[in-house]
Design a protein around this ligand. Sequence first.
Ligand SMILES: *Cc1c(COP(=O)(O)O)cnc(C)c1O
Length: 556
Amino acid sequence: MSNEPKVAYFCMEYGITSDFKIYSGGLGILAGDHMKAAYDQDRDLIGIGMLWKQGYNEQIIKDGKPYKAYPFETERYDFLEDTGVKVKVNIRERDVHAKVWKVDCFDNADLYLLDTDVPENYAGDEWITDRLYGGFNEHRIAQEMVLSIGGVRALRALGIEPDVYHFNDSHPVFAGIELLREKMEDESMWFDDALREVRKNVVFTTHTPVLAGNEVHPHNLLKYMGAYQHLTVEQMVAIGGAPFSMTAAGLRLSRNANSVASLHEQTANEMWSHVDGAAPIVGITNGVHRGTWTDAGVVSAFADGDNDKIWDAHQAAKQELIDLVEERNGVKLDTDKLLIGFARRAAPYKRSDLIFSKPEIIEEYLKSGKVQIVFAGKAHPLDDMGRKIVTNLIAMTEKYPNSVVFLEDYDMTIGAALTRGVDVWLNNPRRPKEASGTSGMKAAMNGVLNLSTLDGWWPEACNHDVNGWAISPDGIEAKTAEDFEGSYDEKLAQLDEYDVTNLYDVLLNKVLPTYYDNREKWVNMMKESHKDTYEKFSAHRMLNDYYELVYAPKNN
Ligand SMILES: *Cc1c(COP(=O)(O)O)cnc(C)c1O
């Protein structure tokens, strides 16, 4: 692999292990799995991130409502190695110092983390790396500047010369501005030439297809913060538009860009078609790190192929989850009854409570325990709608105390226990809002059958009634809000009605009869699920795609 490009991967969060709280959710888990795959494959790739003092928030449920809590990390993680390198970034016209740590858990695939909690900093600046996604505006921009500009300077100080700078999501795009500054100041290039040169080395991954999830910043604020470096307003507008769109900037600063699933490739290309000078967006479907996310007992039973062994291994994983639920929530679920898992960030389009929409249909199954459901998922601390969704779910656990549970504080431990321990993985976002969704991949590899709208990654894997189920009338036809008439709210209401009708139809007429009356078909479906996903949706395959489709030098 000696001709292979050297890659510096920039990301705001990394999910490496459950207790190293520098991640919040999907983006971080993906980055962690990317690093682990790079390590497994002995790739020449390093990561740049932030040493958050407090990762996201811990979630505490009190009186039926979620509260956030930020436990303070008093101890340093003992696997962090001090590189001795410090960098400076000028923010709000004063130097902010950041120390560079190395995570000593990968031999190759080193991960470097920036930390502003150093004595040289002016009061307040040590708090820039206080908490992941903990602030808006000035605070967020300062964090992004440390990650991006500080990250490039850390590479220079460490003597690492990447061929490719990979911006995973748009938080690191100011690194592109820093690369431009280097070309313009140190090599006296004109802006246009510098931009052309910078683009040769930058690649960009876009994530959310929900517009509100794509950050924009006002130019006066960016200028005040120092994110312009020495660029002019015209040059910054040429890169990110006005207001400054971080995603548009990522697309204009890169030579290749990618989305995170095939359906998302279409959605992203339509969504950003107005951005002139953008890199082409190709689809690279996410994958998950098998060593982290699959159950060894289940995987070896699949390799053996014996149906009884597969079922026993699955039941053992289910029992472990049921024990965890009992320990945490005091609820004893039944190992011999269907157990559905649902864990997502509480965003309205994910519709966590869709399954409860019509009590006249679903209630009898929840009361008898024929359907049991475990939920997990955090709301963004500043998102009231999300908090309301979690509050609704808690109300359901009170209504159906023996069959509906909510596990507090969704993290990698809970994610792993759920995606190997339930029978069915439910996912019902409004199409086409889900970029990819990796938890369903973890489930599928463990023989947990997906029951999902045809969104994100699922259209690429779903073989309806063979390896899981589509929430649609015949396993194919799937609608979006645009297929209905009326105002936007009316369209959404009709889509929700359409999807919940199909959800109940598949659940009551396919899932339940197969589970309770046809064990052989069920286990055969588990085998199909494992077979169709174990390689195809692995981080190993994903990383190979990145090397082939976006990291490889462009020949033109
Ligand atoms: C896998 C995982 C995610 C990402 O799941 P999505 O399906 O992409 O939402 C988020 N959080 C945790 C804890 C996970 O394990």
